[in-house]
Each structure stands twice: as C-alpha cells, then as structure tokens.
Ligand binder design. Structure first.
Ligand code: LLP
Length: 383
C-alpha cells in the first residue's frame, strides 16, 4: 500500500510526481519470480517512464530495455543498460538513430518495413558491422482496448502484414549486413483479457510451423508488451497478475529448442508506483456542479484528455471526511482539461492535496509545456 508522507509534501511545490520505490521493487521481484522460465527475457519499454530514478531500479533488477528512439537509447545507456540488452522498434527510425544503434551494438533492431531493412543494411555496411534484426509482424489481432493504443490491427501503421512476411524474410536472408534473428509482435496496450495473448500465441505457432517446413528458424520471438493494470483499484491490485500472464505464454506458445522469448513490458511495471500530487486552488460552485480546481493540468498528465482515461483520485489531506460530488479540473484553457466528473470524494477544501493514482506509466514522460507551464518535478519514497 502506497503511503503518502503528507507532512513532507506540504513543503513541496505542486504539482509533482511521487514514486513509491518500494512498490516498484516488489513489482520487479514478482516479475523475476513469475518469469522464471530461463528462456524468457524481459525488456522494459522505456517509453512508459524514463525518469532516471525509476530506470536505476529497473536496470539494477537485471531487465533489458525496449526503445523507440535514439533519445531513448541514450537515456537507457545513461542509466547503465548495456547495448546488448537494448531492442529498438519504431516505424520511423532516422539514419542517425540507426547509426547510434549500430554504434551501441544493440541486441536487435525491430524492423517495421522493407525500405527500413535495406537502409539498416546499408548503414551497417558503412560501419563494417552486421546488424541483428527482427521483423515486426502485424498479426491483425483485436486487443479490445482503446482505439489509439491498439497496434496489432491490419490498418495500423506498425509492422508488416503476415502476407508480406515471406518476401521480407527472403530479402533479410540475402542482405549481407543484417542477421535475421527473429520475429517481433505487439498487439496493443492496457490489455486486461487473456484471450488476445492466446490468439497471439496461436498465430505465432502457425507461422513457425510454416517456416519450419521451408527450413527457416528464428533465434528469438518477441511478443511485445501490453499487460494492463487496474486503474480503478490501485490499492487492491498494486501488482498486476504476472503469474497468469507469463503462464499464458508458457502454456500456449510452442518455443523451438534454444529459442528465446522476449517481452517488452511498460505500463505493468511502472504504472502503479506513480501518483501525480496536486493542490486544490479553488472550490467553485456552478449551477448544478461543484468544481475542485487543482494546480495540475493536462500538461502534467494528458491521459484523461487524450484517451478519456480515468485515474483514481484521492483526497490525501482529508481522507475521512463526508463525501461530496466534484468535477476535478485543471487550470488549462481547454474543456478536456478535466480529471474526473462527479467524483465522490471526502470534502475538499482549498489547499488540500489530491493524488491521481496509477500515473507512473505514460504520465511524466508525456508531460508538455502547454500554456508555458513548467514540467512537473518528481520525488521518491524513502526506500
Ligand atoms: N512494445 C511496443 C512495440 C510498444 O509499442 C509498446 C507501447 C510497448 C512495447 C509497451 O506496452 P505496455 O506494456 O506499456 O502496454 N500512451 C498510451 C500507451 C501507448 C503504448 C504504446 N506502445 C497510454 O497512456 O495508455
């Protein structure tokens, strides 16, 4: 259970992110315990949160890292991740980003198109290197999640289709400066059902059977990330059900001998350890509503405005008072700058601190400077 040191908070400039490092440590331990199959290799999707304090714990726990830009490769390297534990995806890798990956001798480029494959080959050749690559396949599986965060459907921009796969594999095998290591998949994010992952396993099994017949084998299979978390009940489920997640792959995916299975988990590792702490500026009575106007806005946490996401809101100054309804809104000049409508919360007064929970993933990292606001600071629990 995350404990908020409220006395210490009162002297800090709000809004800020607060990270419960103990919970992060427990989450990482649980991953180690449940991903005990030695063929399983976990990479942290750094896009979820690249705060150096968070990266340090994840790196120390022995995870690899999944990057989607050269800047993420730099952030990972600064946090101590070795090149040979970095995988790198993205539909639009620039030449300089590819060169950086080559200089770092990264573990794998997850290639998303034929022209990209050819450019990686060309740039590797200039450096007299062999680039390790996996082909990102779009398996056309509906992950039953928000339209903006499904990535595995046919009309998405990511990866190549199953129909295009034989041709791109043939090209990869011919190009002299790439080594085809495996296949990469990612079907979406915040997936809370098992079924899409089972379907992914079945698709991979079918593909591998086909390729076995023509003598093509892969050293790695990468199933991406996507495991969802409980936004409604962060206290009840502070750590996602990694046991069943990994068991699903253990039970349904037929790995070939010597094959490694890579995962790229982001949200499930860091979401629950982070909260955005904000101060109430005003209580404003509307004609039918009561607004709690807070000093954090969509520039600090954009998920509600962008995806209609809901983060549980708690009054941490005054948790036991009578309950009232509030619309909790930020100071930014956009109607979508709203964290919750009709929230039932213990009586809120000016100066109270509210916690927006489960904000450790895609929170701080997606902050902007809209309205010339500064980026939020971050603080960590004493470990
Ligand atoms: N691997 C690839 C190739 C990805 O595109 C992603 C996330 C991940 C791994 C990590 O997925 P996770 O385990 O975190 O679900 N900003 C959105 C989420 C965007 C996810 C993008 N890709 C949000 O706030 O919900």
């Amino acid at each position: 259970m995350t404990r908020f040191p409220i006395e210490e908070f009162t002297s800090l400039q709000t809004p800020f992110y607060f990270y419960d490092l103990k919970l992060l440590e427990r989450t990482l331990k649980e991953i180690k315990r449940t991903a005990r199959d030695p063929r399983f290799k976990i990479h942290y999707a750094i896009k979820a949160n690249a705060n150096p304090g968070i990266l340090r714990s994840i790196q120390a726990a022995g995870l690899g890292v999944d990057c989607v830009s050269g800047w993420e490769i730099e952030a990972a390297t600064e946090a101590g991740f070795r090149g040979d534990r970095i995988v790198y995806a993205g539909v639009g890798k620039s030449d300089n980003e590819i060169r950086l990956g080559l200089d770092m001798d990264i573990e794998c480029f997850n290639v998303e198109s034929e022209p990209e494959l050819r450019i990686i080959n060309e740039l590797a050749s200039e450096k007299n290197k062999i680039a390790k690559v996996a082909i990102r396949v779009n398996p056309n599986i509906d992950a039953h999640t928000h339209a903006y965060i499904t990535t595995g459907l046919a009309e998405n921009k990511f990866g190549i289709t199953i129909e295009q796969l034989p041709e791109i594999i043939a090209i990869a095998r011919e190009l002299p400066c790439v080594e085809l290591r495996g296949l990469h998949f990612h079907i979406g994010s915040q997936i809370t059902e098992t079924e899409p992952f089972v379907m992914l396993c079945e698709t991979i099994n079918r593909l591998q059977d086909e390729y076995d017949k023509i003598g093509v084998s892969f050293a790695t299979i990468n199933v991406g990330g996507g495991l969802g978390i409980d936004y409604a009940h962060p206290e009840r489920h502070p750590i996602p059900d990694f046991e069943s997640y990994f068991m699903t792959f253990h039970n349904h995916l037929k790995l070939r001998s010597g094959q490694e299975l890579h995962f790229e988990l982001g949200r499930s590792i860091v979401a629950q350890c982070g909260s955005l702490i904000t101060k109430v500026l005003y209580i404003k009575e509307g004609s039918t509503k009561r607004f709690a106007i807070v000093d954090a806005g969509m520039s600090d946490l954009i998920r509600p405005a962008l995806y209609n996401a809901h983060h549980k809101i708690e009054n941490i100054t005054n948790p036991n008072d009578d309950l009232h309804h509030y619309d909790v809104v930020g100071p930014i000049c956009e109607s979508s700058d709203c964290f919750g409508q009709g929230e039932l919360l213990p009586c809120i007064k000016r100066g109270d601190l509210l916690a927006l929970r489960s904000a450790g993933a895609y929170g701080e990292i997606m902050a902007s400077r809209y309205n010339c606001r500064p980026f939020p600071h971050s603080y960590f629990s004493e470990n």
